[in-house]
Design a protein around this ligand. Structure first.
Ligand code: VG1
Ligand code: CO
Length: 545
């Protein structure tokens, strides 16, 4: 007869430290016997009142997704979880998971994704853990999970046959109900509540062409339901719309480097009026117009300036927030509209309390992430629909909208330079070198500007007063210019160094310049100070946004 067993392991895993969003490792590492199981056990052991509760499980469909879900079901049954809700075929975007957690009063959600990292046998795998508000687990919880995993030598397991994930319906294993649902439906309903899809449809069917790139990852089925079934466009508006275990060898990170085919269609061939892409798990978005790339920081500012055009936000804005490295474009809009504007560390978990206490309605990050109080995650397709709603209401092009925005609020020239997967010693050395000179920079001149402040960013959560330190090095210059440096918390190979540059121009200033040229003196001064090209042996960053 099936029964609960305790599986013992010989040595604890010492490296299960969640990063900016979840635990990410190579697929190979996750395949090591008991690796996933120990992490899941560590998560479940931190959750009070787990017995009888509801859990949501799904993932972005990458290699290993189905097997991982089967194992998680067996561990959850052993822990007497009351109900496990799983999306069909295990396909569930991160924002859709956040919505389900909230709608179904789940205690936690487990999302199998390494987000924008490549998938497949040679790629990465990951586990994101979300709490009952639908948002990523806060640092306090991820620290507890990590601590537990470091000494955990056993986990509970119920050896049984698990239901076929392709068949919707309910079944019972021991005391646990396993419900397999359509992972798309409830998310699409939520979008219909927020947006006027008819208005978008009228605009798109009349001479405004769009293309959406799902990068062979999770958003394909969602985009098909929204753009083809609901809005009535032809299937041709979708690219790479079937989730594949290795994402068809694409790197599902929607930026100009990795979504280069889409970028070429919009920026060079100019074949469409609007283009967008989402990442592996559907929480990021890139917005493009004909011959026009929208910087994600600008996107956040544009959404904030136009909330009155969207039924779900009309006259209901409480405030906005952005992560520290995100440009201050949204601050300019908030000031004009008299909205409170918060600055948080990088990572969506820091928006959770602000959203829960209704201090903010919309928030975003420079890393192609925007979202609102409709869920507790950033939401790629939501941002795409928001853009389309604005364009449909204003009946204008992306380029015209951007020009109008800048001539109203001014422009924050901005760029992020990523040096990906460089040796960790080199990345740490560059970071430490900058950190050590920060105290000397204050009140000196740097890149022809006075340095107003130079520090390592710390944040006190305004609601629960938790303090988070070491959140990124900042050089704050006069005239609203900034240089920021961080080490990524999502990479799995070596270290990724991120540099962020910003300069602002008033609404009556020059608004149509190339950001790389405008920011050149900041970029060169940092390289002169820290020898980045020499130390990394790279003459340019891996990705420039
Ligand atoms: C990156 C982004 C950050 C984002 C995080 C998770 O983190 O910079 O803004 O919240 O990824 O996004 P890091 O530590 O690599 O800079 V996702 O779409 O990967 O869940
Ligand atoms: Co993501």
């Amino acid at each position: 007869m099936d029964k609960v067993t305790h599986i013992d392991i010989e040595k604890p895993f010492k490296d299960q430290k969640p990063g900016t969003s979840g635990l990410r490792k190579s697929t190979l590492q996750f395949q090591e016997p008991h690796y996933l199981e120990i992490f899941i056990e560590s998560v479940l052991l931190q959750i009070s009142n787990l017995e009888g509760s509801t859990l949501i499980i799904g993932g972005d469909g990458r290699y290993g997704n189905t097997k991982a879900i089967q194992k998680i079901i067996q561990i959850c049954v052993a822990h007497n979880v009351g109900k496990i809700i799983i999306s069909k075929n295990g396909i569930l975007s991160t924002p859709a998971a956040s919505n389900l957690i909230r709608k179904r009063n789940a205690l936690i959600g487990i999302i199998l994704s390494a987000s924008h990292n490549p998938g497949g046998v040679d790629g990465d795998f990951g586990v994101k853990v979300n709490i009952s508000n639908g948002g990523p687990a806060p640092e306090k919880l991820t620290n507890q999970i990590y601590k537990c995993s470091q000494s955990l030598l056993k986990y509970k397991f119920y050896d049984c046959i698990v239901p076929d994930l392709a068949i919707q319906g309910s079944s019972k294993i021991k005391d646990t109900i396993v419900e397999i649902i359509d992972g798309v439906e409830e998310y699409v309903t939520l979008m219909e509540e927020i947006f006027d899809l008819d208005q978008i449809g009228d605009y798109l069917q009349n001479d405004f062409s769009i293309v959406f790139d799902a990068m062979n990852a999770v958003t394909g089925p969602y985009a098909r339901e929204l753009f083809v079934s609901k809005i009535g466009l032809s299937e041709n508006c979708l690219m790479n719309s079937n989730p594949l275990p290795n994402f068809g060898n694409l790197h599902p990170d929607p930026n100009l480097t990795y979504a280069d085919k889409l970028a070429d269609l919009l920026l060079n061939k100019r074949s469409f009026d609007f283009g967008a892409a989402c990442d592996g798990d559907g929480d990021r978005n890139m917005i493009l117009g004909k011959n026009c790339f929208v910087n994600p920081s600008d996107s956040l500012a544009v959404l904030t300036a136009n909330t009155n055009l969207v039924p779900g936000y009309k006259n209901s804005m409480s405030g906005v927030a952005r992560s520290m490295p995100t440009s201050m474009a949204v601050d300019c809009v908030a000031k004009e509209l008299n909205l409170p504007c918060f600055e948080t560390p990088t990572g969506w978990k820091f928006f959770g309390n602000l959203l829960d206490s209704d201090k903010i309605t919309i928030c975003g990050e420079e890393s192609f992430g925007t979202g609102s109080n409709h869920v507790r995650e950033k939401d790629g397709l939501w941002a795409v629909l928001f853009w389309l709603q604005i364009l449909a209401a204003k009946k204008c092009s992306v380029k015209d909208l951007m020009n109008h925005h800048w001539s109203t609020f001014g422009r924050n020239y901005y760029s992020r330079h990523d040096y990906e997967a460089i040796p960790s010693e080199i990345a740490n050395q560059i970071y430490e070198n900058l950190e050590s000179v920060l105290p000397n920079l204050k009140n000196e001149r740097f890149a022809n500007c006075l340095v107003l402040d130079a520090d390592n960013f710390s944040y006190e959560d305004p609601i629960d007063k938790t303090i988070s330190t070491n959140q990124g090095l900042r050089i704050i210059l006069e005239n609203k210019s900034r240089i920021i440096m961080r080490l990524s918390g999502t990479g799995t190979k070596g270290s990724t160094l991120r540099l962020y540059f910003e300069k602002s121009s008033p609404s009556n200033g020059k608004l149509d310049l190339n950001p790389q040229i405008v920011l050149k003196d900041l970029i060169t001064s940092v390289d002169d100070l820290l020898n980045i090209s020499k130390l990394t042996k790279m003459d340019r960053p891996t990705v420039i946004t």
